[in-house]
Design a protein around this ligand. Sequence first.
Ligand code: NAD
Length: 385
Amino acid sequence: MTPKKEIRIGLIGAGLMGRTHSNGYKRIGDFFPELEYRPVLKAVCSRNKESVQKFADQWGYESIETDWRAIIARDDIDAVDICTPNNTHAEIAIAAAAAGKMILCEKPLARTLAEAQQMVDAVEKAGVQNTVWYNYRRVPAVTLAKQIIDSGKLGKIFHYRANFLQDWTISADVPQGGTGTWRMDVDAAGSGVTGDLLAHCIDTAMWLNGAITDVSAVTETFVKERMHQVTGKVQPVGIDDACIFHCHFGNGSLGLFEATRYARGHKALYTLEINGEHASIRWDLHDMNRLEYFDHADDSIVRGWRSILVTDGDQPYMKRWWIPGTIIGYEHTFVHQAADFFKSLETGEPCAPTFLDALQTQKVCEAVLESATSRSWKETGATDV
Ligand SMILES: NC(=O)c1ccc[n+]([C@@H]2O[C@H](COP(=O)([O-])OP(=O)(O)OC[C@H]3O[C@@H](n4cnc5c(N)ncnc54)[C@H](O)[C@@H]3O)[C@@H](O)[C@H]2O)c1
């Protein structure tokens, strides 16, 4: 067997996403054995030496760093994986691009459109391979939805609606800022549910249904002040706790989106539904192996919503896993993205969504927030992804 070419990974951030990505890198050799490249877990970086060493020991990284600049400076790192809070993405990515590293960056690409544009400029100037971990594109049922839509089975699309509902910030005692609650601090996160949750919905929506052209949004911050873990003071909350927007897509369809962290009982309920002239599709993260499908062409006496269990070998990604009827989970979406990234190094193709694709989502997020502030419709300027 030809020895595999090595891509030496420098992972920055050792939290939730650090774990999902590490798992992805570790699995691809076994489940995508034909790949010409293989990841080497060269170094992991986080600010606390003791905890990052523990992470390295657990996940099998060869070395640790406590300053991300050291990762960028190392000659033995080929690809930088950014799994840190949103306020660090731009600085790290721009430095990594300047050093000629490949970049895999968590979503949202950045806090603002201006930051995101600088990141796109940096990777384009450097000509380095780049991707953004909008992992829901790689849920097999969602990939299948894309194939069904692209085959024309839905006909003209009329409606796209998506929700992302959580309930973890209802208590006024939840602090903002610092470890674990950086998402509550606008300086660290850039925005609240818009950049955190709706960004996922928008990326999937534009991938499935084309560009969102203009938006009208409302946002609300239900708890106006929270203790800041870094300053120790009670400070105004700058993030959106909830956001609802409606929109037009370039293909003439209408969109309706909602995200909140105040939907008691919902932990991560991402759902989407698309209604076309001939057929409809819906999907639910809590039942992620299923795709619901309604086809008006069915015989009227048996016509109804079918629930397709997406586990057969001819359905996206599933021949990699077990046997028909046995399901996979959230972590596999990151395995798929890692594998697709390594495949893209063989083919020389971009690994979507690229920074440029993620910039389109950032345009929509920015227009949503501007629309909510100005109480007016906003053009997004987004193009198809
Ligand atoms: N794709 C998805 O579904 C998904 C899910 C969750 C989070 N995310 C994104 O992933 C990123 C990280 O989120 P998370 O949930 O893993 O956060 P987390 O809080 O669990 O982990 C963040 C890690 O970054 C480290 N860190 C923070 N600042 C750093 C710095 N300056 N230098 C080095 N390390 C630093 C922290 O110590 C921690 O290890 C965010 O951008 C978030 O939006 C994406």
